[in-house]
Ligand binder design. Structure first.
Ligand code: MG
Length: 384
């Protein structure tokens, strides 16, 4: 079946790969949205001829509107624009690849419009997972994960008729560029060191999250929400080769895994075509030449971000929104060379341990917790 997509976050790593997949599959693109990149969105709009192009920031949107005059592509801006793109009647699938909390309201809008959500914005599920999953249930919206680990689990669960048969899910983790180092060896690592991921080419924020292991912590929470599992039933194992993308362990002891080369185009393609599988032009994994597969336990002492994420997951309520907001702010400061690598977990811990937690949060409580966490991180910087 040929589906039409609306792509939120078209200029990031997932967005660009989604357009590559759309081109390969002949998938029409009804809407494109990004934060502020005029040149990139102009080029994408000229190639894919969407009905609507959105830039979140107003000034760049006005410039884009000028450049796209006469092309038939309408330009919108701001949260209104994102919400319109998310729920556009022409689209069947909304790909949510915006980075950060700005993706939350558009995801909810797409759910309420009954779209399939190809979910690549993990912050949405981390901060407001219970709310998002409840709404999806209520409106009958399908949520198909794009995150490679969660896609692997989703694939392993096809044909599983009884969710009670799942004992646990096991997320694999590459360990990032600093695997094997002790805590004291991480004090002096730089932004450039952290951006050197061994297996995956991704945007800077998620690459730093992979270096601190916060990414895996966020993914544990994401898996709990997506698959409605308690924390005890989500495990993490270090797997340096990133060939096994994750596993499901069933209660008869069977382990199902999805293997492949580390290429985001596979989970993107699957999210667009599920329950069908579309043919891929790329060469599959060659078992005879792939490296030996190894596994290890994660070191939460050297990488406290993972432990902090598990703590937030255990606390629940707005704790995950505080964790995520503080982390986004701290990673932003690290990428701007304003703090060191070890200050990321320190600032996240401080926010998590000082900001009051709401136990049964509304959307407003979640957004307020996110704001408070960001302010707390910035306030620490001013004091130091
Ligand atoms: Mg992932």
């Amino acid at each position: 079946m040929r589906r039409t997509i609306s792509l939120l976050g078209s200029t990031g790593s997932i967005g660009r790969q989604t357009l590559a997949v759309a081109e390969e599959l002949g998938t029409p693109v009804a809407a494109l949205a990004a934060r502020s990149s005029v040149d990139a969105v102009e080029a994408q709009a000229r190639t894919f001829r969407p009905k609507l192009a959105v830039l979140y920031e107003m000034e760049p949107a006005l410039e884009l509107a000028k450049r796209l005059a006469g092309t038939g592509v309408r330009v919108a801006y701001g949260m209104e624009g994102l919400l319109e793109a998310a729920a556009l009647p022409e689209a069947d699938v909304t790909v949510t690849a915006l980075m950060g909390m700005v993706g939350l309201r558009p995801t909810l809008a797409a759910i309420r419009a009954g779209k399939r959500i190809a979910l690549a914005n993990k912050e949405t599920l981390v901060c407001a997972g219970e709310l998002v999953m409840e709404e999806a249930m209520l409106w009958g919206a399908e949520i198909v994960p794009v995150d490679s680990e969660h896609s692997a689990i989703f694939q392993c669960l096809q044909g599983c008729r009884e969710r009670g048969e799942v004992r646990r899910v096991i997320l694999t983790c590459s360990g990032g560029p600093f695997f094997g180092r002790r805590r004291e060896e991480l004090a002096g690592v730089t932004r450039a060191d952290a951006l050197r991921h061994p297996n995956w080419a991704m945007g800077p924020k998620i690459t730093v999250d992979s270096a601190t292991l916060m990414n895996k912590g966020l993914e544990v929470i994401e898996a709990m929400r997506l698959y409605r599992l308690p924390l005890e039933r989500v495990a993490v194992v270090i797997h340096r080769q990133s060939i096994i993308h994750s596993l499901v362990e069933f209660h008869d002891g069977a382990l199902l895994a999805q293997l492949g080369t580390p290429d985001m185009k596979l989970p993107i393609r699957y999210a667009l075509t599920w329950p069908e599988r579309a043919a891929s032009p790329d060469a599959p994994l060659d078992l005879l030449t792939c490296p030996p597969l190894t596994f290890a336990a994660p070191d939460t002492e050297a990488f406290p971000c993972l432990a902090l994420a598990l703590e937030a997951a255990r606390t629940g309520g707005t704790a995950c929104a505080v964790l995520n907001g503080a982390n986004e702010a701290a990673v932003g400061l690290f990428l701007a060379d304003k703090i060191g690598f070890l200050e990321i977990p320190a600032l996240v811990a401080q926010a998590l341990h000082t900001i009051p937690i709401a136990v049964h949060p509304t959307l407003e409580d979640i957004l307020a917790a996110d704001e408070a966490a960001r302010r707390a991180v910035e306030a620490c910087l001013v004091r130091s």
